[in-house]
Design a protein around this ligand. Structure first.
Ligand SMILES: C[S@@+](CC[C@H](N)C(=O)[O-])C[C@H]1O[C@@H](n2cnc3c(N)ncnc32)[C@H](O)[C@@H]1O
Length: 349
């Protein structure tokens, strides 16, 4: 009968040092039995499988403490927490490095093109500090509305529409119109990304319509609810400002009731992100709280009681004329549909 392996045999088997194995043991990840006579470690088949898992998880950057936790509990939620955390870490790092790479490109071009050495120094610092600022803004966005705690009651609350502004009174109509605009493109082979998928109500229409759709949201709880309601829906943690996908990955990007959680500066960064992951001939359809312009906002606010004005100021309604101008920079045309006093749908082609 195989009495197991000693530490050198295990080290050789995995091509790692014996010190590494001792380290995992010290951290409580491995617990080989000790021989009665000389207290030498003996590793059995179970230890080997465990070490294989530890090394695999380490290879994708999962921390030793998280691995310990993963190995301790076999629960799906526990796995999801650790792997989602890692997904987020990796995505953040990709975004940070991409911004740095972009600024390095500009710096290198400047150095090649500039003759006056002294002037170049200042320009370089400016480029790098702009790129640092961009990374800071991307990383500083916080969910000040606490969507995790809202997730379980969201669908009920939308139906009751308790806020004074009654922003959800045309909810079903808005979701249907977003769907219809995509349907009108007349193609089923489209890869669709929904940003701020929430509990999945809009995504459901696309699933039923036979589209290839992925929903991202910054709230883990919203994603859990969406996944419970629609097991076939692919969901991922992801934010407007750091979309976790490669360039030109999607034909269509959709979103409802989510864009107003970004302030004006953040909206422009989000548009850059959306344009990055959208294919060249891609289409954006977004329903959200908007005003046609700052002037029309003033008109609307003038007629509202203070409590409603405050409700509006708690969020960041878009100005359609500014969005239009921003999308034009990407050679995109924006057209819009007014649904009610606060809700509009924009279609960007
Ligand atoms: C009011 S809910 C709308 C949910 C869904 N789209 C709907 O129409 O019912 C807003 C959703 O957007 C998500 N969200 C807000 N800001 C976000 C951001 N910066 N990135 C990704 N998701 C965001 C929230 O977590 C929440 O699920």
């Amino acid at each position: 009968m195989n009495k197991g392996y000693n530490i050198s045999e295990i080290a050789e088997m995995f091509n790692i040092t014996t010190n590494k194995i001792r380290f995992y043991e010290k951290k409580g990840l491995l617990t080989p039995i000790r021989q009665d006579d000389n207290q030498y470690r003996r590793f059995n088949e179970e230890d080997i499988v465990r070490l294989q898992s530890i090394l695999t998880y380490r290879s994708i950057g999962i921390s030793v403490d998280s691995i310990k936790n993963i190995l301790k509990s076999n629960e799906k939620e526990n796995y999801l927490t650790h792997f989602n955390n890692q997904w987020q870490l990796v995505n953040d790092e990709i975004h940070r490095l991409n911004t740095i790479r972009k600024s390095l490109e500009q710096v290198i071009d400047k150095i090649y093109e500039e003759n006056d050495d002294f002037k170049v120094k200042e320009d370089l610092l400016e480029i790098v500090s702009e790129s640092n600022k961009l990374n800071d803004i991307k990383n500083q966005w916080k969910d000040k509305w606490n969507f995790n705690s809202w997730a379980r009651s969201y669908d009920k609350d939308v139906k009751r529409d308790i806020g004074e502004l009654k922003i959800y009174k045309n909810y079903d109509l808005i979701l249907q119109k977003v769907y219809d605009l995509v349907e009108a493109l007349g193609r089923k082979d489209l890869k669709v990304l929904e940003i701020g998928v929430g509990t999945g109500n809009l995504a459901e229409k696309f699933l039923n319509g036979g589209y290839n759709i992925i929903g991202i949201d910054q709230s883990r709880e919203m994603l859990s609810v969406a996944k419970e309601k629609y097991p076939m829906l692919k969901v991922r943690l992801g934010e407007f400002l750091k979309i976790p996908y490669d360039n030109k990955s999607f034909d269509v990007i959709i979103s409802t009731y989510a864009f107003h959680h970004l302030n004006e500066t953040e909206k422009y960064i989000a548009i850059e992100e959306i344009m990055r992951v959208l294919k060249d001939d891609g289409v954006i359809v977004m329903g959200d709280l908007m005003f046609e312009s700052k002037a029309s906002e003033e008109e609307v606010l003038k007629a509202l009681p203070q409590s409603q004005v405050e409700e509006i100021k708690d969020e960041y309604y878009s100005y359609i004329d500014l969005l239009k101008a921003e999308f034009e920079k990407y050679n995109k045309k924006l057209q819009y549909y007014r649904i009610d006093k606060f809700n509009y749908i924009i279609e960007v082609l």
